[in-house]
Design a protein around this ligand. Structure first.
Ligand code: ZN
Length: 349
């Protein structure tokens, strides 16, 4: 399939007018994430898709307080009942009762509840959104993955036959990695609009977007900032100048490309943060990032733990690797100030 046709089909799914649930948007997001997190792999277990969908909805189930102070239970579906959302809510309530804040804690301390919720999401997604995402009219027209089963198939029957895997079509994983930074904001806009409409919230309430998908941080806790500065011996990550009072925390891989707040993706910088903006950093900065990742990984984990912050080395490395691995020749990479170098092509990390 041509790149243009693939994009056309993706936009059709995202822009579908008569959506009755956000499931297809969640599925598309999960596919983009899966492609970026395991570059080169074209078989994605349906369970991994379900886990990704669950993590997104888990962040979205808490009630939303709009600007006028009214409290809203957010709706992801026009029907009254959704087995998926009910399962996510149950897990969320169990986590609240146990005082668990992070996904990692939930996965360990509520192992059985977590597995049950993933299984419930998987069963629904295998039955409907996965086979239905690629249907045009009444026929499946595959453009992302080979559909191996008809609507209504259960996850357990697939697993019994060892078919509980989505097989991405040739080239699709690479295209999703390249298009991800363009598609994700578009998916989020439509997703937020659907939820607002079904929940009776004015879309002018921009905070809803942050509530659903997280927002780029302007402020970071002091211990995190201090720990990063110490690891960099008091110098800007990019230019090496001594850091003075106005230390900024920069997302090495820009938030607008792949939102990742894990400490491995954070560096302390001076005005270089503003100059770099959302560009990719030059290969010399990339080498330095990789060196810090290898040599100071345990220090980063310790700083994160002390600051109550997230650490996720595997995800951080995978996102940097897949992004730089798909850089096109000529892409401007930021060196310093207003200086850029043109990429030769994909960069191995
Ligand atoms: Zn600097």
């Amino acid at each position: 399939m041509s790149d243009d046709l693939l994009l056309e089909r993706l936009l059709q799914v995202i822009d579908e007018g008569r959506r009755t649930a956000t499931y297809k948007l969640a599925l598309l997001s999960a596919l983009i994430d899966a492609a970026a997190l395991a570059p080169g792999r074209s078989d994605i277990p349906t369970r991994a898709i379900a886990a990704s969908v669950l993590h997104t909805y888990l962040r979205q189930v808490p009630s939303y307080v709009s600007n006028d102070g009214s409290v809203h239970a957010l709706r992801q579906i026009t029907n009254k009942r959704s087995a998926v959302i009910r399962a996510v809510e149950q897990l969320h309530d169990a986590a609240e009762a146990a005082g668990l804040r992070t996904l990692a804690d939930i996965q360990v301390q509520l192992k059985d509840d977590y597995a049950a919720a993933v299984a419930k999401v998987e069963d629904t997604f295998v039955r409907y959104p996965i086979p239905l995402l690629q249907v045009i009219g009444s026929e499946p027209v595959p453009f992302l993955y080979e559909p191996d089963w008809p609507e209504g198939t259960s996850a357990s029957s697939l697993r019994r036959d060892g078919r509980d895997v989505l097989r991405l079509l040739p080239g699709v994983a690479d295209r999703l990695i390249v298009l991800g930074p363009l598609l994700r904001p578009l998916i989020e806009v439509h997703w937020a609009a659907d939820v607002a409409k079904w929940s009776g919230i004015s879309l002018e309430d921009e905070r809803l977007h942050g509530h659903l998908f997280g927002a780029e941080r302007a402020a970071f806790p002091a211990p995190l900032r201090k720990g990063l500065v110490e690891l960099q011996e008091g110098r800007c990550f990019y230019c090496g100048s001594p850091l003075r009072r106005s230390v900024q925390v920069d997302h090495f891989l820009a938030w607008s490309r792949w939102p990742n707040d894990a400490i491995e993706n954070l560096v302390a910088a001076d005005r270089c943060n503003t100059m770099k903006s959302s560009h990719l950093a030059a290969t010399s900065h990339l080498d330095q990032w990789r060196t810090r990742f290898d040599r100071s990984g345990t220090d980063l984990v310790a700083v994160a733990a002390g600051a109550g912050w997230v650490s996720d080395p595997a995800r951080s490395l995978a996102l940097v690797r897949s992004t730089y691995g798909h850089v096109v020749a000529g892409t401007p990479l930021w060196v310093e100030d207003r200086v850029f170098e043109a990429a030769d092509g994909p960069v191995a990390v």
